[in-house]
Design a protein around this ligand. Structure first.
Ligand SMILES: [Mg+2]
Length: 120
């Protein structure tokens, strides 16, 4: 079993990276929200025009998997930057959202189904 990881360490490292470069002045809510979407698009680009079989093969290639992982990290970094600037407790909000999702998608109704909650 791995040790629990500290979300606060990520938040602090992202904040320090930004502040060491005096980039806070550029971090408006709009530009950070746009940057999250841009980084998500960069993640998606790895799968564009690829079949499921091709994607599976790509992810079995350590270099390609690492490139995908770096885009995932970019998304998280921008989300952490956005939550800092907007005063959002992303850790607590995510925990609450998982609880909300559990209510919307009760195991007995949602297990093994890909339907939206209003169609369960
Ligand atoms: Mg990127």
């Amino acid at each position: 079993m791995t040790a629990p990881r500290d979300f606060g360490v990520l938040e602090e490292n992202v904040r320090r990276f930004r502040d060491d470069r005096d980039w806070r002045k550029f971090h408006t809510p709009k530009d950070l929200a746009a940057s999250v979407a841009i980084e998500a698009a960069e993640l998606l680009e790895h799968f564009q025009w690829r079949t499921d079989d091709e994607t599976r093969a790509d992810l079995a290639d350590p270099a390609k998997k690492a490139a995908v992982a770096r885009e995932m990290a970019d998304v998280l970094i921008l989300l952490l930057s956005a939550s800092d600037v907007m005063g959002v407790d992303l850790y607590e909000t995510t925990l609450r959202k998982i609880e909300e999702n559990a209510l919307k998608y009760p195991v007995e109704k949602a297990r093994g189904r890909a339907d939206k909650y209003d169609r369960l």
